[in-house]
Design a protein. Structure first.
Length: 284
């Protein structure tokens, strides 16, 4: 085999480096360009939004009238309150139910244990749309329709992702800690609450972030189960702008920015926990 000359090796290295950075630039553009368009549109008046291009900067960078309209007439404050209540209760319930499920699956031996694992996997393969008729009837029979309890009950179901994350961390906790606690008279719940749960803090942070963003951005469940305007969440309140503000894209864009900002700030502040949690869970 003929050895490559230093010039050829250098050329290949430069080409590979250029392609790497080009792919990063293209991926960043796919994410950032829509955000820039929304931000520019939210700062324009109605005439600018119609007559200028999507990437044309606004003439007045301090035009906040669209934000005031979106916040007041879109009832964004009430939507933030509803979303916060649903988000906190659903996320806390997912952490408790998911960690308890993972603890039981890892630490206890019982009949049909493998069947339970298989049931979790099968449940992820069933499209949610196919079960919506039965789910809607159950929620309606419980009297939870058009209340905050409807999405909370649906979000509380432990998804396989949270169970899997907790399971990987629990498997890394020595069983000897459980045995030592039992010698001191601790029961299973005490072991879970005093030993297992405090050691799951990285996994809890990961589940809270992933589940929280999913609940915050969800549109389908709040729109279907909470049709009342007083029970709007962030996503459904934004959707309602298509009525009175159907052609006013500057107001819709301002509402979109208000919805994006909390998620963006939350993710940027805690993103290290996501990567650390997934990486740790993958290697445990």
């Amino acid at each position: 085999m003929t050895a490559l000359s230093p010039t050829s090796v250098r050329t290949r290295q430069v080409t590979a480096s250029a392609l790497k950075y080009l792919s990063l630039v293209l991926a960043s553009a796919v994410v950032l360009v829509p955000l820039v368009v929304i931000l520019f549109t939210s700062l324009k008046n109605s005439q600018e939004a119609v007559t200028t291009g999507p990437l044309t900067p606004p003439k007045n960078w301090f035009n906040l009238g669209n934000y005031a309209t979106a916040f007041q007439q879109g009832r964004m404050l009430q939507a933030f309150v509803n979303t916060t209540v649903i988000l906190v209760v659903s996320t806390a319930g997912t952490v408790l139910l998911g960690s308890m499920t993972a603890y039981a699956l890892d630490r206890f031996e019982f009949r049909l244990k493998k069947l339970v694992f298989a049931a979790f996997l099968v449940a992820t393969l069933v499209p949610g749309v196919t079960t919506q008729v039965a789910t809607f009837q159950i929620i309606d029979d419980l009297g939870a329709f058009n209340t905050r309890w409807a999405p909370i009950l649906l979000y509380l179901g432990t998804d396989i992702l949270s169970v899997y994350i907790f399971l990987q961390f629990i498997r890394a906790i020595p069983v000897s800690l459980d045995e030592a606690a039992r010698l001191d008279g601790a029961n299973s719940f005490t072991i879970y609450w005093r030993i297992i749960l405090p050691m799951l803090r990285p996994a809890i942070a990961t589940v809270v972030i992933v589940k929280g963003i999913a609940v915050y951005n969800d549109f389908y469940i709040p729109f279907l189960y909470m049709p009342s305007s007083d029970l709007g969440t962030i996503s459904t309140s934004l959707f309602r702008f298509k009525g009175p503000f159907g052609a006013h894209w500057e107001t819709i864009s301002a509402g979109t920015v208000l919805v994006i900002l909390p998620t963006l700030a939350f993710f940027l502040a805690l993103q290290r926990f996501i990567y650390r949690g997934f990486a740790a869970g993958a290697t445990k």
